[in-house]
Ligand binder design. Structure first.
Ligand SMILES: CCCCCCCC(=O)SCCNC(=O)CCNC(=O)[C@H](O)C(C)(C)COP(=O)(O)OP(=O)(O)OC[C@H]1O[C@@H](n2cnc3c(N)ncnc32)[C@H](O)[C@@H]1OP(=O)(O)O
Length: 181
């Protein structure tokens, strides 16, 4: 499958954080009401991302009828959200808080409603605060991809980054004590 995302040639390697989820363990939700991974999100994907070997993660997503875009196939924006979420677990393996600054998707084949898509993400490398990732969506054979995604995440200081917004959260009561000086 074709992707024109240009991966910098001078990326640094990174190591797994000693307290990161072990291979086979869930990486864990970063926000219980997150649209992508939150177990208490009223609407959303409820994705459960699992740590893989090395600096990789994966998640399975059942493509249910509410995800429909074109007749009988997934909406591209839903797949994009899933990619963002799964690649967003890579910084957690590094022990970093990070947000997406760039997300790029190459859609190769339609994804049928009723299928279960596996999303597999890996770290490409880091450069200062930037974390470069790649992910592939497939139906069981990673070499037969449905779509490929690339994303760049930038590390943040969570408290500073979200302090102006946390009162808008459905979980504001839980977050407030952590944001109060
Ligand atoms: C805590 C876990 C949450 C996970 C949620 C799941 C993923 C998400 O959906 S996150 C939500 C969507 N993303 C956002 O809202 C982020 C909005 N953006 C921002 O707030 C700011 O751009 C922020 C804080 C990330 C970076 O700003 P700032 O701290 O000023 O850094 P800045 O100097 O601009 O950029 C840092 C580096 O990233 C690079 N960069 C910034 N934007 C981009 C971009 N769009 N593409 C590529 N590189 C970029 C910069 O060039 C710089 O690189 P270098 O080290 O080479 O100079």
């Amino acid at each position: 499958m074709r992707s024109e995302f240009v991966v910098p040639t001078d990326l640094d390697t990174a190591t797994r954080h000693p307290r990161a989820a072990a291979p086979g363990e869930p990486v864990g939700e970063h926000n219980p009401v997150c649209y992508g991974c939150g177990s208490r999100a009223p609407h959303g994907l409820n994705l459960r991302t699992i740590a893989g070997d090395g600096l990789t993660v994966w998640a399975d997503m059942a493509v249910t009828p509410w995800m429909e875009g074109g007749p009988g196939v997934i909406h591209g924006g839903i797949l994009s959200t899933a990619f963002d979420e799964v690649m967003g677990a890579i910084p957690k393996l590094l022990g970093a808080n990070a947000v997406t600054v760039h997300l790029e998707i190459d859609y190769g084949k339609p994804v049928s409603v009723g299928s279960t898509v596996r999303l597999h993400a890996e770290l490409l490398g880091v450069q200062r605060r930037k974390i470069f990732t790649k992910a592939v969506a497939h139906l069981g054979d990673p070499n037969d991809s449905l779509a490929i995604a690339h994303a760049v995440f930038v590390t943040i200081k969570g408290r500073e980054h979200f302090s102006d917004y946390v009162e808008n959260s459905r979980a504001a009561d839980e977050y407030r004590p952590h944001f109060t000086p």
